[in-house]
Design a protein around this ligand. Structure first.
Ligand code: SF4
Length: 512
Protein backbone atom coordinates (compact mmCIF):
# COMPACT_ATOMS: atom_id res chain seq x y z
CA UNK A 1 0.00 0.00 0.00
CA UNK A 2 2.93 2.33 -0.63
CA UNK A 3 0.86 4.45 -3.06
CA UNK A 4 -2.20 4.83 -0.85
CA UNK A 5 -1.36 8.24 0.63
CA UNK A 6 -0.55 9.66 -2.79
CA UNK A 7 -3.85 8.31 -4.14
CA UNK A 8 -5.71 10.01 -1.29
CA UNK A 9 -3.97 13.32 -1.99
CA UNK A 10 -5.03 13.02 -5.65
CA UNK A 11 -8.61 12.23 -4.61
CA UNK A 12 -8.79 15.19 -2.21
CA UNK A 13 -7.30 17.60 -4.77
CA UNK A 14 -9.54 16.44 -7.59
CA UNK A 15 -12.65 16.55 -5.41
CA UNK A 16 -11.93 20.08 -4.23
CA UNK A 17 -11.07 21.50 -7.65
CA UNK A 18 -12.94 19.61 -10.36
CA UNK A 19 -16.70 19.05 -10.25
CA UNK A 20 -17.85 15.62 -11.48
CA UNK A 21 -19.47 15.36 -14.94
CA UNK A 22 -22.97 14.53 -13.66
CA UNK A 23 -22.99 17.68 -11.52
CA UNK A 24 -21.70 19.79 -14.40
CA UNK A 25 -24.40 18.37 -16.60
CA UNK A 26 -27.11 19.27 -14.06
CA UNK A 27 -25.79 22.85 -13.89
CA UNK A 28 -25.63 23.06 -17.69
CA UNK A 29 -29.28 21.99 -17.89
CA UNK A 30 -30.21 24.60 -15.28
CA UNK A 31 -28.45 27.28 -17.33
CA UNK A 32 -30.42 26.29 -20.39
CA UNK A 33 -33.71 26.64 -18.46
CA UNK A 34 -33.10 30.17 -17.16
CA UNK A 35 -34.14 33.20 -19.17
CA UNK A 36 -31.34 35.41 -20.42
CA UNK A 37 -30.77 38.63 -18.56
CA UNK A 38 -32.23 37.43 -15.25
CA UNK A 39 -30.36 37.45 -11.94
CA UNK A 40 -30.47 33.63 -11.89
CA UNK A 41 -28.94 33.44 -15.36
CA UNK A 42 -26.19 35.86 -14.35
CA UNK A 43 -25.48 33.77 -11.24
CA UNK A 44 -25.33 30.53 -13.25
CA UNK A 45 -22.96 32.09 -15.76
CA UNK A 46 -20.66 33.15 -12.91
CA UNK A 47 -20.89 29.64 -11.46
CA UNK A 48 -19.99 28.10 -14.84
CA UNK A 49 -16.99 30.41 -15.20
CA UNK A 50 -15.93 29.57 -11.67
CA UNK A 51 -16.09 25.82 -12.29
CA UNK A 52 -13.79 26.18 -15.26
CA UNK A 53 -11.37 28.47 -13.43
CA UNK A 54 -11.10 26.05 -10.51
CA UNK A 55 -10.28 23.18 -12.82
CA UNK A 56 -7.71 25.18 -14.80
CA UNK A 57 -6.05 26.63 -11.68
CA UNK A 58 -6.31 23.36 -9.71
CA UNK A 59 -7.72 25.53 -6.91
CA UNK A 60 -10.75 25.06 -4.65
CA UNK A 61 -14.10 25.53 -6.41
CA UNK A 62 -15.43 27.09 -3.21
CA UNK A 63 -13.37 28.57 -0.36
CA UNK A 64 -15.42 26.49 2.09
CA UNK A 65 -13.93 23.08 1.44
CA UNK A 66 -16.23 21.68 4.10
CA UNK A 67 -15.95 18.68 6.33
CA UNK A 68 -14.17 15.91 4.41
CA UNK A 69 -16.15 12.68 4.76
CA UNK A 70 -14.69 9.41 3.48
CA UNK A 71 -16.79 6.27 2.87
CA UNK A 72 -14.46 3.31 2.33
CA UNK A 73 -15.06 -0.30 1.30
CA UNK A 74 -12.20 -2.69 2.02
CA UNK A 75 -11.51 -6.39 1.48
CA UNK A 76 -11.11 -8.47 4.62
CA UNK A 77 -7.59 -8.20 6.03
CA UNK A 78 -6.73 -4.66 4.91
CA UNK A 79 -5.07 -2.60 7.62
CA UNK A 80 -7.58 0.17 8.41
CA UNK A 81 -5.37 1.74 11.09
CA UNK A 82 -2.64 2.50 8.54
CA UNK A 83 -5.18 3.74 6.00
CA UNK A 84 -6.69 6.13 8.54
CA UNK A 85 -3.27 7.48 9.46
CA UNK A 86 -2.34 8.06 5.81
CA UNK A 87 -5.68 9.71 5.01
CA UNK A 88 -5.03 12.14 7.85
CA UNK A 89 -1.53 12.84 6.49
CA UNK A 90 -2.97 13.43 3.02
CA UNK A 91 -5.56 15.84 4.46
CA UNK A 92 -2.85 17.84 6.25
CA UNK A 93 -0.76 17.94 3.06
CA UNK A 94 -3.70 19.05 0.90
CA UNK A 95 -4.34 21.83 3.44
CA UNK A 96 -0.70 22.97 3.32
CA UNK A 97 -0.93 23.03 -0.49
CA UNK A 98 -4.03 25.25 -0.40
CA UNK A 99 -6.36 22.59 -1.84
CA UNK A 100 -8.37 22.61 1.40
CA UNK A 101 -9.06 25.53 3.72
CA UNK A 102 -8.08 24.92 7.37
CA UNK A 103 -11.59 24.18 8.58
CA UNK A 104 -11.28 22.16 11.77
CA UNK A 105 -11.87 24.22 14.91
CA UNK A 106 -12.18 23.36 18.58
CA UNK A 107 -15.91 23.35 19.21
CA UNK A 108 -15.66 25.22 22.52
CA UNK A 109 -12.79 27.67 22.02
CA UNK A 110 -13.07 28.08 18.24
CA UNK A 111 -9.29 27.56 17.89
CA UNK A 112 -8.41 26.41 14.38
CA UNK A 113 -6.10 23.37 14.25
CA UNK A 114 -4.63 24.79 11.02
CA UNK A 115 -4.38 21.45 9.22
CA UNK A 116 -7.96 20.15 9.09
CA UNK A 117 -7.18 17.52 11.72
CA UNK A 118 -8.93 17.18 15.05
CA UNK A 119 -11.37 14.99 16.92
CA UNK A 120 -13.76 13.52 14.30
CA UNK A 121 -12.22 15.58 11.47
CA UNK A 122 -11.91 14.24 8.88
CA UNK A 123 -14.81 11.77 9.11
CA UNK A 124 -13.75 8.28 7.98
CA UNK A 125 -16.14 5.30 7.77
CA UNK A 126 -14.98 1.79 6.87
CA UNK A 127 -17.06 -1.19 5.70
CA UNK A 128 -15.80 -4.58 4.61
CA UNK A 129 -16.90 -6.22 1.38
CA UNK A 130 -16.25 -9.40 -0.57
CA UNK A 131 -14.22 -7.84 -3.39
CA UNK A 132 -10.46 -7.66 -3.73
CA UNK A 133 -10.32 -3.93 -4.46
CA UNK A 134 -10.60 -0.88 -2.19
CA UNK A 135 -13.19 1.78 -2.95
CA UNK A 136 -12.88 5.26 -1.44
CA UNK A 137 -15.59 7.88 -1.88
CA UNK A 138 -15.16 11.43 -0.63
CA UNK A 139 -17.58 14.30 -0.17
CA UNK A 140 -16.58 17.87 0.73
CA UNK A 141 -19.75 19.49 2.05
CA UNK A 142 -19.55 23.10 3.14
CA UNK A 143 -21.16 24.80 6.13
CA UNK A 144 -23.65 26.96 4.23
CA UNK A 145 -25.52 23.95 2.95
CA UNK A 146 -24.81 21.76 5.99
CA UNK A 147 -26.62 24.35 8.10
CA UNK A 148 -29.70 23.86 5.90
CA UNK A 149 -29.95 20.11 6.64
CA UNK A 150 -33.17 19.43 8.43
CA UNK A 151 -34.81 16.54 10.26
CA UNK A 152 -38.54 16.01 10.75
CA UNK A 153 -40.24 13.81 13.32
CA UNK A 154 -43.62 12.67 11.95
CA UNK A 155 -46.42 13.43 12.47
CA UNK A 156 -45.78 17.16 12.37
CA UNK A 157 -47.35 20.38 11.13
CA UNK A 158 -45.46 22.15 8.40
CA UNK A 159 -45.61 25.82 7.44
CA UNK A 160 -47.67 26.13 4.25
CA UNK A 161 -48.37 22.40 4.00
CA UNK A 162 -50.30 21.51 7.13
CA UNK A 163 -50.16 18.07 8.71
CA UNK A 164 -47.49 15.64 7.50
CA UNK A 165 -48.49 12.14 8.62
CA UNK A 166 -46.59 8.90 9.03
CA UNK A 167 -46.82 7.81 5.40
CA UNK A 168 -45.24 8.45 2.01
CA UNK A 169 -47.29 11.59 1.52
CA UNK A 170 -45.97 12.92 4.84
CA UNK A 171 -42.47 12.27 3.54
CA UNK A 172 -43.32 14.13 0.32
CA UNK A 173 -44.39 17.18 2.33
CA UNK A 174 -41.20 17.10 4.40
CA UNK A 175 -39.04 17.07 1.27
CA UNK A 176 -40.91 19.97 -0.32
CA UNK A 177 -40.60 21.88 2.95
CA UNK A 178 -36.88 21.10 3.18
CA UNK A 179 -36.31 22.71 -0.22
CA UNK A 180 -38.40 25.73 0.77
CA UNK A 181 -36.65 26.34 4.09
CA UNK A 182 -33.19 26.30 2.48
CA UNK A 183 -34.09 29.32 0.31
CA UNK A 184 -30.83 30.60 -1.21
CA UNK A 185 -28.78 30.19 1.95
CA UNK A 186 -27.34 26.81 0.99
CA UNK A 187 -26.21 28.20 -2.39
CA UNK A 188 -29.15 26.97 -4.44
CA UNK A 189 -29.73 25.37 -6.83
CA UNK A 190 -29.06 22.37 -4.64
CA UNK A 191 -29.09 18.59 -4.40
CA UNK A 192 -30.85 16.73 -1.61
CA UNK A 193 -30.29 13.35 -0.05
CA UNK A 194 -33.21 12.05 2.02
CA UNK A 195 -33.18 9.34 4.68
CA UNK A 196 -36.54 7.89 5.72
CA UNK A 197 -36.52 6.06 9.06
CA UNK A 198 -33.62 5.08 11.30
CA UNK A 199 -32.98 7.07 14.46
CA UNK A 200 -31.90 10.71 14.56
CA UNK A 201 -28.25 9.78 13.95
CA UNK A 202 -28.58 6.99 11.39
CA UNK A 203 -31.30 8.95 9.55
CA UNK A 204 -28.87 11.77 8.79
CA UNK A 205 -26.17 9.28 7.83
CA UNK A 206 -28.58 7.58 5.41
CA UNK A 207 -29.50 10.98 3.96
CA UNK A 208 -25.86 11.91 3.37
CA UNK A 209 -25.17 8.53 1.80
CA UNK A 210 -27.81 9.26 -0.84
CA UNK A 211 -25.58 12.10 -2.04
CA UNK A 212 -23.09 9.47 -3.20
CA UNK A 213 -25.55 8.09 -5.74
CA UNK A 214 -24.92 9.10 -9.38
CA UNK A 215 -27.44 11.71 -10.47
CA UNK A 216 -28.71 9.65 -13.39
CA UNK A 217 -29.45 6.43 -11.48
CA UNK A 218 -32.99 5.16 -10.81
CA UNK A 219 -34.11 4.28 -7.32
CA UNK A 220 -34.57 0.46 -7.12
CA UNK A 221 -37.70 0.98 -4.99
CA UNK A 222 -40.50 1.94 -7.47
CA UNK A 223 -42.39 4.00 -4.86
CA UNK A 224 -39.29 6.00 -3.97
CA UNK A 225 -38.42 6.35 -7.66
CA UNK A 226 -41.86 7.92 -8.15
CA UNK A 227 -41.33 10.24 -5.20
CA UNK A 228 -37.90 11.32 -6.50
CA UNK A 229 -39.45 12.08 -9.90
CA UNK A 230 -42.30 14.01 -8.24
CA UNK A 231 -39.88 16.16 -6.24
CA UNK A 232 -37.73 16.87 -9.30
CA UNK A 233 -40.81 17.84 -11.28
CA UNK A 234 -42.27 20.13 -8.64
CA UNK A 235 -39.51 21.66 -6.49
CA UNK A 236 -38.63 24.17 -9.22
CA UNK A 237 -42.19 25.51 -9.01
CA UNK A 238 -41.23 27.09 -5.67
CA UNK A 239 -39.28 29.61 -7.79
CA UNK A 240 -36.51 30.11 -5.25
CA UNK A 241 -33.93 29.99 -8.04
CA UNK A 242 -30.17 30.09 -8.06
CA UNK A 243 -28.82 31.87 -4.95
CA UNK A 244 -32.44 32.52 -3.92
CA UNK A 245 -32.70 35.22 -6.59
CA UNK A 246 -35.95 33.71 -7.93
CA UNK A 247 -35.88 31.74 -11.17
CA UNK A 248 -36.87 28.59 -12.99
CA UNK A 249 -34.47 26.13 -11.31
CA UNK A 250 -34.32 25.47 -7.56
CA UNK A 251 -33.33 21.80 -7.27
CA UNK A 252 -30.77 19.83 -9.29
CA UNK A 253 -31.08 16.39 -7.75
CA UNK A 254 -33.14 14.34 -5.26
CA UNK A 255 -32.16 10.89 -3.96
CA UNK A 256 -34.15 9.04 -1.31
CA UNK A 257 -33.18 6.05 0.82
CA UNK A 258 -35.14 4.11 3.42
CA UNK A 259 -34.24 2.21 6.60
CA UNK A 260 -36.37 0.51 9.20
CA UNK A 261 -37.36 2.44 12.32
CA UNK A 262 -38.70 1.62 15.74
CA UNK A 263 -42.50 1.95 16.06
CA UNK A 264 -42.32 5.05 18.25
CA UNK A 265 -40.23 7.15 15.82
CA UNK A 266 -40.66 8.24 12.21
CA UNK A 267 -37.82 10.52 11.11
CA UNK A 268 -37.31 12.10 7.72
CA UNK A 269 -33.77 13.47 7.48
CA UNK A 270 -32.66 15.73 4.65
CA UNK A 271 -29.06 16.50 3.70
CA UNK A 272 -28.97 19.63 1.54
CA UNK A 273 -25.97 20.13 -0.74
CA UNK A 274 -25.14 23.32 -2.64
CA UNK A 275 -24.46 23.49 -6.38
CA UNK A 276 -20.74 23.02 -5.53
CA UNK A 277 -21.47 19.33 -5.09
CA UNK A 278 -17.97 17.98 -4.58
CA UNK A 279 -18.03 14.22 -4.37
CA UNK A 280 -15.77 11.80 -6.15
CA UNK A 281 -14.36 8.34 -5.66
CA UNK A 282 -11.59 6.00 -6.64
CA UNK A 283 -11.09 2.26 -6.89
CA UNK A 284 -7.68 1.18 -5.64
CA UNK A 285 -5.41 -1.81 -6.00
CA UNK A 286 -5.52 -3.39 -2.53
CA UNK A 287 -1.84 -4.41 -2.75
CA UNK A 288 -0.31 -1.09 -3.80
CA UNK A 289 -3.01 1.51 -3.07
CA UNK A 290 -2.63 2.82 -6.65
CA UNK A 291 -5.69 4.29 -8.40
CA UNK A 292 -7.18 1.78 -10.88
CA UNK A 293 -10.12 3.93 -11.92
CA UNK A 294 -12.16 6.99 -10.94
CA UNK A 295 -15.82 6.91 -9.98
CA UNK A 296 -18.45 9.37 -11.28
CA UNK A 297 -16.28 10.19 -14.29
CA UNK A 298 -17.54 7.53 -16.66
CA UNK A 299 -20.82 9.12 -17.74
CA UNK A 300 -21.04 8.88 -21.53
CA UNK A 301 -21.85 12.52 -21.94
CA UNK A 302 -19.19 13.69 -19.48
CA UNK A 303 -16.96 15.43 -22.03
CA UNK A 304 -19.91 17.16 -23.63
CA UNK A 305 -21.39 18.11 -20.25
CA UNK A 306 -18.13 19.61 -19.05
CA UNK A 307 -17.79 21.65 -22.21
CA UNK A 308 -21.40 22.75 -22.12
CA UNK A 309 -21.20 24.13 -18.60
CA UNK A 310 -17.93 25.88 -19.36
CA UNK A 311 -19.26 27.51 -22.51
CA UNK A 312 -20.76 30.47 -20.72
CA UNK A 313 -21.95 33.36 -22.77
CA UNK A 314 -21.92 36.94 -21.58
CA UNK A 315 -25.21 37.80 -19.90
CA UNK A 316 -26.95 41.07 -20.47
CA UNK A 317 -27.20 43.10 -17.23
CA UNK A 318 -30.01 42.53 -14.76
CA UNK A 319 -30.44 46.18 -13.85
CA UNK A 320 -28.34 49.31 -13.61
CA UNK A 321 -24.61 48.82 -13.28
CA UNK A 322 -22.94 51.19 -10.82
CA UNK A 323 -19.19 51.39 -10.24
CA UNK A 324 -18.21 52.47 -6.72
CA UNK A 325 -14.81 53.31 -5.30
CA UNK A 326 -14.41 52.55 -1.58
CA UNK A 327 -14.78 54.41 0.75
CA UNK A 328 -18.38 54.99 -0.32
CA UNK A 329 -20.61 57.92 0.65
CA UNK A 330 -24.11 57.71 2.08
CA UNK A 331 -25.43 59.66 -0.90
CA UNK A 332 -24.06 57.04 -3.34
CA UNK A 333 -25.64 54.25 -1.32
CA UNK A 334 -29.08 55.83 -1.12
CA UNK A 335 -29.22 55.95 -4.92
CA UNK A 336 -28.95 52.17 -5.18
CA UNK A 337 -31.99 49.93 -5.60
CA UNK A 338 -32.59 46.17 -5.38
CA UNK A 339 -31.52 44.63 -8.70
CA UNK A 340 -28.64 47.04 -9.39
CA UNK A 341 -25.29 45.45 -10.11
CA UNK A 342 -22.56 47.16 -8.10
CA UNK A 343 -18.92 46.91 -9.15
CA UNK A 344 -16.56 47.73 -6.32
CA UNK A 345 -12.98 48.97 -6.57
CA UNK A 346 -10.67 49.72 -3.66
CA UNK A 347 -10.47 48.47 -0.09
CA UNK A 348 -12.57 45.65 1.27
CA UNK A 349 -12.34 43.90 4.67
CA UNK A 350 -13.39 40.34 5.45
CA UNK A 351 -15.32 39.50 8.59
CA UNK A 352 -17.16 36.42 9.80
CA UNK A 353 -18.63 35.18 13.06
CA UNK A 354 -15.63 35.70 15.35
CA UNK A 355 -14.96 39.23 14.07
CA UNK A 356 -18.60 40.32 14.37
CA UNK A 357 -18.72 39.12 17.96
CA UNK A 358 -15.43 40.90 18.70
CA UNK A 359 -16.45 44.21 17.11
CA UNK A 360 -19.54 44.45 19.30
CA UNK A 361 -17.30 45.26 22.29
CA UNK A 362 -14.04 46.50 20.74
CA UNK A 363 -12.74 49.04 18.26
CA UNK A 364 -11.90 47.93 14.72
CA UNK A 365 -8.19 47.67 13.89
CA UNK A 366 -8.77 49.82 10.75
CA UNK A 367 -11.07 52.72 9.86
CA UNK A 368 -14.30 51.18 8.50
CA UNK A 369 -16.12 54.46 7.87
CA UNK A 370 -17.61 54.28 4.35
CA UNK A 371 -16.12 50.82 4.14
CA UNK A 372 -17.08 47.51 2.58
CA UNK A 373 -17.37 44.45 4.81
CA UNK A 374 -17.14 41.10 3.05
CA UNK A 375 -18.58 37.97 4.72
CA UNK A 376 -15.83 35.67 3.53
CA UNK A 377 -13.36 33.17 4.93
CA UNK A 378 -10.77 32.89 2.15
CA UNK A 379 -8.21 30.21 1.34
CA UNK A 380 -4.81 31.95 1.69
CA UNK A 381 -1.19 31.01 0.97
CA UNK A 382 1.95 32.83 2.06
CA UNK A 383 5.09 32.82 -0.09
CA UNK A 384 8.15 35.12 -0.53
CA UNK A 385 5.93 37.79 -2.12
CA UNK A 386 3.50 37.76 0.82
CA UNK A 387 -0.09 36.59 1.10
CA UNK A 388 -1.97 35.27 -1.94
CA UNK A 389 -5.71 34.68 -2.15
CA UNK A 390 -6.47 31.22 -3.55
CA UNK A 391 -10.25 31.22 -3.14
CA UNK A 392 -12.59 33.90 -1.79
CA UNK A 393 -16.34 33.49 -2.29
CA UNK A 394 -18.98 34.79 0.13
CA UNK A 395 -20.14 32.94 3.23
CA UNK A 396 -23.73 32.73 4.54
CA UNK A 397 -24.63 36.13 5.96
CA UNK A 398 -27.60 35.25 8.12
CA UNK A 399 -25.27 34.03 10.89
CA UNK A 400 -24.27 37.66 11.47
CA UNK A 401 -27.86 38.85 11.81
CA UNK A 402 -27.66 39.35 15.60
CA UNK A 403 -24.69 41.74 15.17
CA UNK A 404 -24.86 43.32 11.72
CA UNK A 405 -27.18 46.27 12.35
CA UNK A 406 -25.20 47.39 15.40
CA UNK A 407 -21.91 47.07 13.55
CA UNK A 408 -23.13 49.08 10.55
CA UNK A 409 -24.17 51.83 12.96
CA UNK A 410 -21.06 51.73 15.15
CA UNK A 411 -18.48 51.83 12.33
CA UNK A 412 -20.30 53.62 9.49
CA UNK A 413 -20.09 50.66 7.12
CA UNK A 414 -21.78 51.37 3.78
CA UNK A 415 -21.82 47.98 2.07
CA UNK A 416 -22.04 44.45 3.40
CA UNK A 417 -21.31 41.66 0.91
CA UNK A 418 -22.30 38.06 1.51
CA UNK A 419 -24.75 35.49 0.27
CA UNK A 420 -28.22 34.28 1.14
CA UNK A 421 -29.45 37.63 2.48
CA UNK A 422 -30.09 38.94 5.98
CA UNK A 423 -33.10 39.56 8.19
CA UNK A 424 -35.41 42.33 9.31
CA UNK A 425 -33.00 43.83 11.88
CA UNK A 426 -30.28 44.36 9.28
CA UNK A 427 -32.80 45.65 6.73
CA UNK A 428 -33.93 48.29 9.24
CA UNK A 429 -30.31 49.28 9.94
CA UNK A 430 -29.58 49.62 6.20
CA UNK A 431 -32.46 52.07 5.92
CA UNK A 432 -31.66 54.03 9.06
CA UNK A 433 -27.92 54.38 8.55
CA UNK A 434 -27.65 54.37 4.74
CA UNK A 435 -26.07 51.05 3.76
CA UNK A 436 -26.74 48.19 1.32
CA UNK A 437 -26.47 44.44 1.29
CA UNK A 438 -24.84 43.02 -1.83
CA UNK A 439 -25.31 39.38 -2.73
CA UNK A 440 -22.22 37.84 -4.29
CA UNK A 441 -22.51 34.44 -5.98
CA UNK A 442 -22.01 31.75 -3.34
CA UNK A 443 -19.28 29.29 -4.14
CA UNK A 444 -17.74 31.43 -6.90
CA UNK A 445 -14.48 31.45 -5.02
CA UNK A 446 -12.16 31.51 -8.03
CA UNK A 447 -14.18 34.17 -9.79
CA UNK A 448 -13.89 36.54 -6.81
CA UNK A 449 -10.29 35.65 -5.98
CA UNK A 450 -9.40 36.97 -9.43
CA UNK A 451 -10.88 40.37 -8.50
CA UNK A 452 -8.56 40.65 -5.49
CA UNK A 453 -5.46 42.49 -6.63
CA UNK A 454 -3.62 42.72 -3.33
CA UNK A 455 -3.62 41.89 0.37
CA UNK A 456 -2.93 45.00 2.48
CA UNK A 457 -2.69 43.07 5.73
CA UNK A 458 -4.45 40.85 8.20
CA UNK A 459 -5.64 41.17 11.80
CA UNK A 460 -6.53 38.48 14.34
CA UNK A 461 -4.82 35.71 12.35
CA UNK A 462 -3.40 33.99 15.42
CA UNK A 463 -6.50 34.56 17.49
CA UNK A 464 -9.19 33.52 14.99
CA UNK A 465 -7.37 31.41 12.35
CA UNK A 466 -7.32 31.88 8.55
CA UNK A 467 -11.06 31.78 7.73
CA UNK A 468 -12.15 34.01 10.62
CA UNK A 469 -9.28 36.54 10.49
CA UNK A 470 -9.89 40.08 9.21
CA UNK A 471 -8.19 40.28 5.82
CA UNK A 472 -7.66 43.72 4.31
CA UNK A 473 -7.96 43.40 0.54
CA UNK A 474 -7.67 45.61 -2.54
CA UNK A 475 -10.23 44.68 -5.18
CA UNK A 476 -10.91 45.66 -8.75
CA UNK A 477 -14.14 44.94 -10.62
CA UNK A 478 -15.75 43.03 -7.75
CA UNK A 479 -19.38 42.66 -8.92
CA UNK A 480 -22.37 41.80 -6.73
CA UNK A 481 -26.12 42.41 -6.85
CA UNK A 482 -28.03 44.72 -4.51
CA UNK A 483 -30.57 42.44 -2.85
CA UNK A 484 -31.35 44.64 0.19
CA UNK A 485 -31.31 48.41 -0.26
CA UNK A 486 -31.50 51.51 1.94
CA UNK A 487 -35.19 52.00 1.09
CA UNK A 488 -36.48 48.98 3.00
CA UNK A 489 -36.60 46.57 0.04
CA UNK A 490 -35.37 42.99 0.31
CA UNK A 491 -35.34 40.56 -2.59
CA UNK A 492 -34.86 37.74 -0.06
CA UNK A 493 -38.05 38.62 1.83
CA UNK A 494 -39.95 38.82 -1.47
CA UNK A 495 -38.70 35.43 -2.72
CA UNK A 496 -39.44 33.80 0.62
CA UNK A 497 -43.01 35.14 0.58
CA UNK A 498 -43.65 34.01 -3.00
CA UNK A 499 -42.14 30.57 -2.40
CA UNK A 500 -44.30 30.07 0.70
CA UNK A 501 -47.38 30.83 -1.39
CA UNK A 502 -46.21 28.31 -3.99
CA UNK A 503 -45.45 25.74 -1.28
CA UNK A 504 -49.06 25.92 -0.10
CA UNK A 505 -50.11 24.67 -3.56
CA UNK A 506 -48.61 21.27 -2.61
CA UNK A 507 -50.83 20.82 0.44
CA UNK A 508 -53.23 18.27 -1.07
CA UNK A 509 -52.25 14.56 -0.80
CA UNK A 510 -50.52 13.01 -3.80
CA UNK A 511 -49.33 9.63 -2.47
CA UNK A 512 -52.48 8.79 -0.52
S1 SF4 B 1 -21.06 26.81 -2.52
FE1 SF4 B 1 -22.02 27.91 -0.82
S2 SF4 B 1 -22.92 26.37 0.55
FE2 SF4 B 1 -21.50 25.35 -0.87
S3 SF4 B 1 -19.63 25.21 0.31
FE3 SF4 B 1 -19.51 27.07 -0.94
S4 SF4 B 1 -20.30 28.74 0.34
FE4 SF4 B 1 -20.88 26.79 1.29
Amino acid sequence: MDQFKDSMLKLITETSTNLPPDVREAIAKAKAKEDRGTRAALALTTIADNIEMAENNVSPICQDTGLPTFEIMVPVGVNQITMKKEIREAIAEATALGKLRPNSVDSITGKNSGNNLGPETPVIHFEQWEHDEIEVRLILKGGGCENKNIQYSLPTDLEGLGRAGRDLDGVRKCIMHAVYQAQGQGCAAGFIGVGIGGDRTSGYHLAKQQLFRPLNDTNPDPELAKLEAYVMENADKLSIGTMGFGGNVTLLGCKIGVANRIPASFFVSVAYNCWAFRRLGVVLDAETGAIKRWLYKEAAESEAAAKEVAASEAQPGTGRQVVLQAPITEEQIRQLKVGDVVVINGAMHTGRDALHKYLMNHDAPVDLNGGVLYHCGPVMMKDEQGWRVLAAGPTTSIREEPYQGDIIKKFGIRAVIGKGGMGAKTLAALKEHGAVYLNAIGGAAQYYAKCIKGVDGVDFLEQFGVPEAMWHLQVEGFAAIVTMDAHGNSLHADVEKTSLERLAEFKEPVFA
